[in-house]
Design a protein around this ligand. Structure first.
Ligand code: ATP
Length: 237
């Protein structure tokens, strides 16, 4: 279709000891696209992110980044190459200010359009809190700061884990409102989300995991189709 594939996952497998968590996942992320990975608790969403970020070794399959095989590339090298993970739990340095977190916390210093001023312009909530200790932030402010910090690394692929976890709907809306502008700079976003409506609202494509396997992938699905894929067909809800 002429679309540029930035990240391609082929038949990816991973597990914990004998327990398989990913049973052959394949997906493609295009440049500037947002892909939402949804699924119930334990479906394998976090495991997928960990294998993409290089924090966990797959037991099978391949990960290609701009056509190159990175399946065995260490996490820090992937970050340097532009694959940046915003982990669930928003690990910030609590005793540093928001601005110090943005400056020293960026996992790598890639050059690009994102710097302090452009990140602050995109996320006024973060700008307002720039002198505040990260430890004093609300949950939503911490999440916004974590995304801002990731942007400081000028990611080519942004991996977002459970952005909305534990946050009020208004705060979630503000956070997600910044994604289209991030996308428009050519950054591809893979967002893991338990909130299905939120995931559908922000994404170009959706990928549903069910017990470590793909139960649905693509776009334009009805809520009934998504619901069946999410819970497993035949389960009444
Ligand atoms: P959640 O939304 O609860 O984070 P998830 O979709 O991210 O769920 P994973 O955390 O990837 O799912 O878990 C996939 C499977 O692997 C589950 O069966 C889970 O119990 C198992 N699992 C996850 N982490 C570990 C671990 N550290 N040790 C053993 N098993 C694990």
């Amino acid at each position: 279709s002429g679309k540029e594939i930035v990240l391609e996952v082929q038949q990816l497998r991973a597990g914990y000891g004998e327990l398989p968590a990913l049973r052959g996942i394949s997906l493609r992320l295009e440049r500037g696209e947002t892909l939402a990975v949804i699924g119930a608790n334990g479906a394998g969403k976090s495991t997928l992110l960990k294998t993409l970020a290089g924090q966990m070794a797959p037991t099978g399959g391949r990960i290609l980044y701009n056509g190159a095989d990175i399946t065995r590339m260490p996490a820090h090298e992937r970050a340097r190459a532009g694959i940046i993970l915003v982990p669930e739990g928003r690990r910030l340095f609590p005793s540093l200010t928001v601005e110090e977190n943005l400056l020293v916390g960026a996992s790598t210093k890639r050059r690009g359009q994102w710097d302090l001023s452009s990140v602050y312009a995109l996320m006024p909530l973060v700008a307002e809190r720039r002198s505040r200790s990260a430890g004093d932030l609300s949950g939503g402010e911490r999440q916004a700061t974590a995304i801002a910090r990731a942007l400081m690394s000028n990611p080519e692929v942004l991996l977002l884990d459970e952005v909305s976890l534990g946050l009020a709907p208004a705060v979630i809306g503000q956070l997600y409102a910044s994604l289209p502008e991030i996308q428009s700079t050519g950054t591809s976003i893979l967002v893991v989300e338990q909130d299905v409506r939120q995931a559908l609202a922000v994404s170009d494509e959706v990928h549903c995991l069910l017990q470590g396997a793909t139960s649905l992938a693509g776009s334009g699905f009805t809520m009934d189709e998504i619901s069946a894929a999410y819970f497993g067909a035949g389960v009444a809800h």
